[in-house]
Write a protein that binds this ligand. Structure first.
Ligand SMILES: Cc1ncc(COP(=O)(O)O)c(C=O)c1O
Length: 404
C-alpha cells in the first residue's frame, strides 16, 4: 500500500542540524502548547536556519537564491525569507502578485509555467522580472515588443530522468515541461533569449543529478552559454540534508567564471519542508478486521500528497519496535483517506495527540475542505512563543461555496 518511507526510523535520516536548530521547539512542547486541533505548526527557526544555509552557499559561490512560492505561499514565510533571498520564483498570476506585494522593492520575480493565459498576460508582465517560457510556441506568442522590461528565457528539458516514478519526473516521456534540449539546440530562438531554466529533480539529497545536468548543457551549448545572462537550475534539492556542498560550489563558480552567467536556484521544499508539522488528535478508535483503526481529526486532504503519491508521512510517535500497531485514518468519507500503519509504545486512545513531522511543503497549499472539514489552524513558533496566525472558520467555507 503505502511506500515504506516511515519504515526507516526517523533517526536514521541523514540530516544536517545547524546549531541554531537547537532553538526549535520539541514535539512534546508543540503538543502541550497548541490550543486547537488539527494544527499546522510552522517553526520560524527551522525556516531561517535553512535560509541561513543557503546564504552560506550564496557567499561561497555567488549563487542567487529564489524561494519557490508554490511550496507554501504563506505571507509569514515570505516575510521571513525576504532578507535572505534574491527573489521569489512563481508559477501563476496570483503567485506573481503575492510575491510582488512582498518583494517588489528588494528582489526579482521569476516565472515559469506551461499555463500562461492570453487574458492574463498584460497583468502578469507587470509583476515579474524574469520569465522562462515553457515551449517555443509560448515564446513566439508572448515575446512581443512589450516585453522590453522583462528578461526572457526558455525552460529546457535536458531529457535526463533521475526518478523512477514518472508522476513527478519532469523528463518523463512525452513531457509537457520545457523545450527538449535537442529541439532547442537546433532552434533559432536560442539567439534571442537571455536565460535558460532547468528543473528536473524531486527531493534530491546529493549533487550528482545537478552535475550531470550541467555537463549535458555544456556538451550541447558549449561557449554559446556565454551569450546568455542567466541560468536557473530550478528547485528539487533538499540543501539542508546535503552534507558536502563542495561539488555545488565548484560547479557554480565554474559556470560563473567560464560563461559569465548569473546562476539561480529556486528551492521550495528545501526551505519549508522540515519546518512544518501537523498536530492531530485521535477522535475515535476501533478494531476492523483485527487491526486497530484510529480516526484522526485531520485527513489526507490536509496533506494531499499522502494520497497522490501514496506516501506515508513521518510520525513523531512512531516506533518501529513498538508493541502496538494502528492504522491512522482521516475523518472523511473516502475509504482511502488513510495515512498508513504505524507502531506505538502504548495503545492509542481517544484524545491522544500525534504529530506528522516535516510536512511544511505542498501540504497546506494543496489542502481542501472536502466533507466540510475546516483547514488546520496555523501556528507560528518564533522567539520561544507559539501563536495562532490563521484560523479557518465556517465563514471561509461559506464564502467559498455561496454563489452570488
Ligand atoms: C519549476 C519549479 N521550480 C521550483 C520548484 C520547487 O521545487 P522544490 O519544492 O522541490 O524545491 C518546483 C517544484 O515543483 C518547480 O516545478
Amino acid at each position: 500500500m503505502h511506500k515504506a518511507l516511515q519504515s526507516k526510523s526517523s533517526s536514521s535520516l541523514t540530516r544536517v542540524i545547524h546549531p541554531s536548530m537547537k532553538e526549535s521547539m520539541d514535539f512534546q512542547e508543540i503538543k502541550d502548547s497548541v490550543k486547537s486541533s488539527p494544527a499546522f505548526v510552522l517553526d520560524a527557526y527551522a525556516i531561517t536556519d535553512a535560509l541561513a544555509g543557503l546564504t552560506s552557499l550564496r557567499q561561497q559561490c555567488g549563487v542567487k537564491v529564489l524561494y519557490a512560492l508554490k511550496a507554501l505561499p504563506l505571507s509569514t514565510v515570505l516575510e521571513l525569507a525576504k532578507t535572505y533571498v534574491d527573489g521569489y520564483s512563481v508559477s501563476s498570476l496570483f503567485e506573481a502578485k503575492l510575491a510582488y506585494e512582498y518583494l517588489s522593492d528588494t528582489g526579482s520575480i521569476h516565472l515559469t509555467t506551461p499555463g500562461i493565459r492570453q487574458d492574463e498576460w498584460q497583468d502578469l508582465k507587470h509583476y515579474i522580472t524574469h520569465i522562462s517560457f515553457n515551449s517555443l510556441t509560448q515564446h513566439q506568442r508572448f515575446a512581443d515588443k512589450d516585453t522590453d522590461q522583462l528578461s526572457l528565457g526558455l525552460r529546457v528539458n535536458p531529457k535526463q530522468s533521475f526518478l523512477n516514478d514518472e508522476r513527478f519526473d519532469p523528463c518523463r516521456s512525452y513531457s509537457k515541461l520545457g523545450v527538449s534540449i535537442d529541439e532547442l539546440w537546433q532552434s533559432a530562438d536560442f539567439e534571442s533569449i537571455k536565460g535558460l531554466h532547468i528543473h528536473n529533480v524531486f527531493s534530491v539529497t546529493e549533487y550528482t543529478p545537478l552535475l550531470e545536468t550541467i555537463a549535458k548543457l555544456i556538451k550541447y551549448f558549449g561557449k554559446d552559454l556565454a551569450k546568455l545572462e542567466w541560468l536557473n537550475l530550478g528547485g528539487g534539492y533538499l540543501f539542508e540534508q546535503i552534507k558536502d556542498h563542495s561539488p555545488f560550489v565548484t560547479a557554480i563558480n565554474q559556470l560563473r567564471a567560464e560563461y559569465n552567467l548569473e546562476v539561480y536556484i529556486e528551492p521550495g521544499k528545501g526551505v519549508v519542508g522540515h519546518a512544518g508539522h501537523l498536530v492531530t488528535t485521535v477522535i475515535d478508535s476501533f478494531v476492523s478486521d483485527s487491526k486497530t483503526i484510529a480516526i484522526l481529526d485531520t485527513s489526507v486532504n490536509h496533506n494531499p500528497e499522502v494520497f497522490e503519491y501514496q506516501r506515508q508521512p513521518f510520525l513523531h510517535e512512531h516506533d518501529a519496535k513498538g508493541a502496538y500497531g494502528a492504522i491512522l485514518a482521516g475523518c472523511t468519507c473516502l475509504a482511502g483517506d488513510v495515512f498508513g500503519e504505524y507502531r506505538f509504545n502504548k495503545p492509542l486512545k481517544i484524545g491522544d495527540q500525534l504529530v506528522f513531522k516535516e510536512v511544511g511543503a505542498y501540504s497546506l497549499i494543496k489542502a481542501n475542505r472536502f466533507n466540510g472539514y475546516q483547514l488546520p489552524d496555523i501556528y507560528l513558533y518564533q522567539d520561544k512563543h507559539l501563536k495562532v496566525i490563521k484560523q479557518d472558520t465556517y465563514q471561509d467555507y461559506r464564502r467559498q461555496w455561496l454563489a452570488n
